[in-house]
Design a protein. Structure first.
Length: 314
């Protein structure tokens, strides 16, 4: 039974991905993943591996950071003890039925590309059940054109089953489901009590451009979880902008889109208070005066929004 992909959503890509993962896990075809950094290529590779069976070995080689000797150890079976002596790290070892993922293969230097070609041609024959998953940042045609990959390696990769992973900006409709999924995973791993993302927060996240893709989204949510005190995610202040959220609220009214007024007003008020505290070096008396509030009322709002006083400033 197939597991639900962690890159979930309602976009055509997300709906198709679950079926692709199941199919690729069941057949013997190797896989080529292409997409920008941070789009979730390694997650897809791990999902395919887990669908094959979690007890199988999972070997990950990052071509952008692995030393030549480590790559040689995997591709040619070089002595592991020698590699550990040279690099301080014991190289991964292949086994039959394993999943070998080579990340950022477009970063391989020419002689390592030749070594990979040799492995694809001859070296893998002793691993009859080995599945190879290779990820690249740009479409293979562009890499061949630019000379970043050798024509011989391109010839092999063209035979792989392909998954083109879109940038997050091209699947914004998936942000609600992705955010909930990422929040749940991070909350567990961070030991947090956070369990929810409210509608306004989802709306804010959905308005972002996310040049860093899903990795950037996960970073914002992780930081938000760490500063949250209740059971709902609080987005970090450096991600938020009161001007944008006021414009969003006005836009919702104009378009007739439903939104939560109290939460929107609370968010804008919190952002303004944060801006005031920062402007006046966390001087509460001065900040309260600027807002026309008594110090007691201002302290109440700090507590209400979970904002740090000068004594708790981090």
């Amino acid at each position: 039974m197939t597991q639900e992909s962690r890159l979930r959503g309602i976009s055509p890509f997300a709906k198709r991905l679950g079926r692709q993962i199941q199919k690729l896990a069941q057949n013997r075809e190797d896989v080529l993943l292409s997409g920008e950094s941070g789009t979730g290529r390694r997650t897809i590779a791990l999902d395919i591996h887990n669908e094959r069976g979690k007890k199988r070995p999972f070997v990950l080689l990052d071509a952008s950071s692995a030393a030549d000797v480590e790559l040689r150890a995997v591709f040619t079976g070089a002595d592991a003890d020698m590699v550990q002596t040279m690099t301080g790290r014991r190289p991964a070892s292949l086994a039959d039925q394993a999943t070998l993922t080579i990340a950022e293969a477009d970063k391989l230097v020419p002689h390592n590309q030749t070594m990979l070609v040799s492995f694809l041609k001859e070296g893998r024959k002793k691993f009859t059940g080995l599945k190879i998953i290779i990820s690249i940042e740009e479409p293979i045609e562009r890499l061949a054109q630019s000379g970043a990959l050798s024509l011989e390696l391109v010839g092999y990769l063209e035979k792989f089953e392909r998954i083109e992973v879109p940038a997050l900006r091209d699947r914004l409709e998936d942000i609600p489901a992705l955010s909930v999924s990422i929040m749940k995973q991070l909350s567990v791993s961070l030991g947090s009590s956070v369990k929810e993302i409210d509608e306004n927060t989802i709306h804010i996240l959905s308005q972002g451009q996310w040049p860093g893709n899903i990795r950037q989204l996960a970073g914002v949510l992780g930081k938000g979880i760490m500063i949250s005190h209740g059971d709902k995610v609080v987005l970090p202040g450096d991600f938020l902008n009161e001007h944008q959220h006021l414009e969003d609220a006005i836009g919702n009214i104009t378009s007739g889109k439903v939104f939560v007024l109290d939460q929107t007003l609370d968010l804008i008020e919190k952002l303004l208070i944060q801006r005031g505290l920062k402007q006046f070096m966390y001087n509460q008396s001065k900040t309260a005066q600027i807002f026309g509030l008594s110090e007691a009322n201002f302290r109440y709002r700090l507590k209400k929004f979970g904002l740090p006083s000068i004594r708790k400033k981090v």
